[in-house]
Design a protein around this ligand. Structure first.
Ligand code: BGC
Length: 773
């Protein structure tokens, strides 16, 4: 755990330069805008430890799979998010000395991520080996207004000399992924070109043939006036730069503006990319840096208005939650249904292939409540578009009749993961996709989604489950064998309670949606029957029959759901009795020891209880929580938030707070010692859930928004904005009670502690605190 980020409500601040922390800071200070993003690498040269990272959404490379023992059904490749051309580069030389923080004396270093307005700023004084001193002040952002563009303002002031500054503002495409399986570089050059202050580099990915044109334009200012420099192009393979020299006097500031644009063949014809890139550069450069930044601040203001959580009386917690919301909004803007949310977003390479069940189980609730409806809908449509591939995937594994198995990890719908226990066994992901459809319709009321897209996906998923179970003569029940649940510290188990519960729910839900679509849009229903070759009576009655006759492991004595058959054969020793030196288990213990132990990586039975909380009474939830939490090591970043929500539900407010803290500052404080690889973007949505669904107890039932809030003892108050069916609501919980305001033009009825309160448009309602459990 580290503790070097200064507490501040709206900014992430690092003071002083410590090269040992540089890779962690590169992750933490990452910026992005949904279309592209990057780690907080330096503009100037840096020869110290760094993980260079620039990413363009949706651009990937199928890296040939590398496994020790090939198994039939493994995917041939792992689709990797590509490290793309570096567009921030600005090399500075004074005489024959290069500005490089690794070889200079650095003082007054400060790095700030301004979350309110969406930019990264860095300032420092560098003393070169010759004793020449320079003050640098750099600001940059990825625009959320002009999503293909980013802009840099790089100010240099010689502090103790007059001299010439030689500058190379470059785009470097000769880059590699650190996680490349065969040390291969994934890009080839199409062309590079420069003209005056402009430089363009067009690259194509091997195999996938994504073409990306990255362009830049520089503008130089001294004393508030443009400097007319003569530009010298520097061209190498996969590299293009605009070189120039300016004279600067001691104390005189030279500002270099660099506007950069990434356009891709996903959105334009490949052979028009340079022209398109130039047009976008013309547009943003005409606005200029200050106007672009002002527009950025306005656009972020609107985003914060939809999604902010305000915490009073705890700056560290405030900074933590805003950091999570900020990074989520930087990663996914929801405008393009071909894109999704990688567990590391645009902040690192780990988890290569982008989409996991994390999106449906964790991210969808965040975007549902904090962004326009289309944003969450696009996440659902992403899976709809990949249904054919999910059917193909299931067919490869031996399923038939349109059964669909969505991949554990994917970019384009094809499975990328190749550990048999996950690829073939961790099939609960299929259920999360169905659950997200249910969650979306429950939250938005958009039942048309089911007719248009949802039902097709649900039928594919239900068909899969109905073939994945088998009849056990011995038990006289259906069973599900060979499973890995969310707890990846167990493999090849039988009758994982969570997976079986989700599977049955999926089949029942699909059957219910069949009826719904049939009665609301008979024509569409008949089209779907044709398209899917669907035998309603036979298939839905079989689905219901399975769910009525499914075997679920349970322990009668403890009266708990059993994670899987035989779970109680294990030696149950609570985590608190483990030697801290043994933690984290996944780094300290052999896999064999982990598999035989009782320790649970992340919510498993409790994930199911979280999904279907309404089905269980408080005593049942308590018994299961009290049994499973003490043996859970939370070694997945997705774990604490589910526990925070359940703890809040059963009145364990201290536990809820403890789990919240663990998720909220996971990356800022580098809890797991792995922030340098990138941020845990998908679990950040879990942090939001801990406050909104945990502390405030928000859920939706029967078309009604419900809350049962409490105030953590450590806080004076908290409040947040959410949008429910077009109505923007603010919920504030403080020592007095619960204040609800309706900031829209329509009235809304909300249940607080199960009692309805109608809040007229533009008015507030107050509800006193209650003993909740
Ligand atoms: C978790 C999975 C998760 C993946 C990506 C793993 O450590 O166990 O549940 O999908 O990380 O976040």
């Amino acid at each position: 755990m580290k503790n070097y980020i200064k507490a501040d409500e709206w900014n992430i601040i690092e003071e002083g330069f410590d090269p040992d922390l540089n890779k962690i800071s590169e992750s933490i200070f990452s910026i992005g805008n949904g279309h592209m993003g990057q780690r907080a690498n330096f503009e100037e040269a840096y020869s110290g430890e760094t993980l260079q990272g620039n990413y363009v959404a949706g651009v990937y490379y199928p890296d040939k799979t590398r496994v020790g023992w090939w198994k039939n059904g493994y995917p041939e490749y792992f689709a990797k998010v590509l490290n793309a051309a570096n567009w921030i580069g600005i090399d500075i030389s004074i005489g024959d000395e290069k500005l490089d923080l690794h070889s200079c004396k650095v003082t007054d270093f400060k790095r700030v991520l301004n979350m309110r307005e969406g930019y990264l700023q860095r300032s420092f004084i560098a003393e070169l080996p010759s004793g020449k001193k320079l003050a640098i002040n750099a600001k940059r952002f990825c625009s959320i207004v002009d999503e293909e563009a980013g802009a840099i303002q790089y100010a240099i002031t010689p502090l103790n000399f007059d001299g010439a500054l030689s500058v190379n503002a470059y785009i470097d495409g000769d880059i590699a992924n650190q996680d490349s399986n065969y040390d291969e570089k994934f890009w080839e050059q199409v062309n590079n070109d420069s003209e005056g202050a402009d430089a363009y580099l067009t690259l194509i990915t091997k195999k996938t043939a994504f073409v990306v044109c990255t362009g830049s334009r520089v503008a130089i200012f001294q004393d508030g006036k443009p400097v007319d420099a003569s530009y010298i192009p520097v061209s190498k393979t996969k590299y293009i730069a605009t070189g120039f020299t300016v004279k600067a006097k001691q104390g005189q500031e030279t500002i270099i503006y660099k506007y950069a644009v990434n356009v891709t063949s996903q959105n334009y014809n490949a052979d028009e990319l340079t022209q398109v890139c130039k047009t976008v550069i013309d547009r943003v450069a005409a606005k200029g840096f200050e106007q672009m930044l002002a527009e950025q601040a306005e656009a972020w203001k609107a985003k914060w208005n939809e999604s902010d959580i305000l915490i009073e009386g705890d700056v560290a917690a405030q900074q933590g939650i805003r950091f999570n919301i900020f990074q989520l909004c930087q990663t996914y803007s929801g405008k393009d249904d071909r894109l999704n949310i990688g567990p590391k977003g645009f902040t690192g390479e780990k988890y290569g292939g982008s989409t996991y069940w994390d999106t449906e189980a964790y991210c969808v609730p965040f975007y549902l409540a904090t962004a326009p409806q289309q944003v969450a809908k696009n996440l659902l449509i992403y899976r709809y578009r990949q249904l054919d591939k999910a059917i193909e995937n299931a067919t490869k594994l031996g399923f038939n009749n349109g059964a669909a198995l969505y991949p554990m990890v994917t970019m384009n719908g094809e499975e990328c993961h190749n550990e048999w226990e996950i690829t073939f066994e961790e099939i609960h992901r299929n259920g999360a996709i169905a659950y997200a459809i249910f969650n979306y319709v429950r939250y938005t009321g958009d039942k048309d989604y089911l007719n248009e897209y949802g039902l097709e996906v649900l039928v594919g998923i239900a068909r899969f489950w109905s073939q994945r179970v088998n009849w056990s003569g011995a038990r006289n029940k259906f069973v599900m064998l060979g499973i890995t649940g969310p707890n990846e510290y167990e493999n090849n188990i039988n009758n994982n309670w969570y997976t079986s519960t989700l599977a049955c729910w999926c089949m029942d839900y699909a059957a219910e949606v069949v009826k719904q679509v049939k009665s609301s849009d008979p024509e569409k229903y008949h089209q779907l029957v044709e398209k899917l070759d669907f035998n309603e009576l036979e298939e839905t009655s079989f689905w219901n029959h399975i769910s009525e006759n499914m075997y679920f492991p349970k322990d009668e004595k403890l009266d708990i759901f059993l994670q899987q058959d035989g779970f109680l054969d294990k030696e149950i020793i609570p985590v608190k009795d483990l030697d801290p030196k043994d933690r984290p288990l996944n780094q300290k213990w052999s896999w064999d020891r982990i598999l035989r132990s009782c320790y649970i990586k992340q919510a498993d039975v409790l994930q199911g209880i979280y999904f279907f909380m309404d089905k269980y009474d408080t005593a049942t939830i308590q018994r299961n929580y009290n049994f499973y939490e003490p043996i859970t090591v939370h070694e997945s970043s997705l774990s604490p938030c589910v526990h925070a929500i359940i703890a809040a539900k059963i009145g364990l407010e201290e536990d809820a707070y403890k789990f919240y803290l663990r998720t909220s500052r996971l990356d800022l404080d580098d809890y797991n010692n792995d922030t340098e690889d990138g941020l845990h973007i998908t679990s950040m949505a879990g942090t939001w859930m801990s406050v909104v669904e945990g502390f405030a107890g928000m859920h939706v039932k029967d078309d009604r928004l419900k809350f049962s809030p409490f105030l953590p003892a450590q806080w004076k108050g908290y409040s947040f904005n959410i949008t429910f069916r077009g109505i923007l609501i603010n919920i504030k919980v403080d020592v007095e009670g619960i204040h609800l305001s309706n900031n829209s033009a329509s009235d809304i009825t909300i249940d607080v502690f199960d009692e309805p309160h109608t809040i007229k448009a533009g008015t507030n309602v107050f509800v006193a605190h209650r003993v909740r459990v």
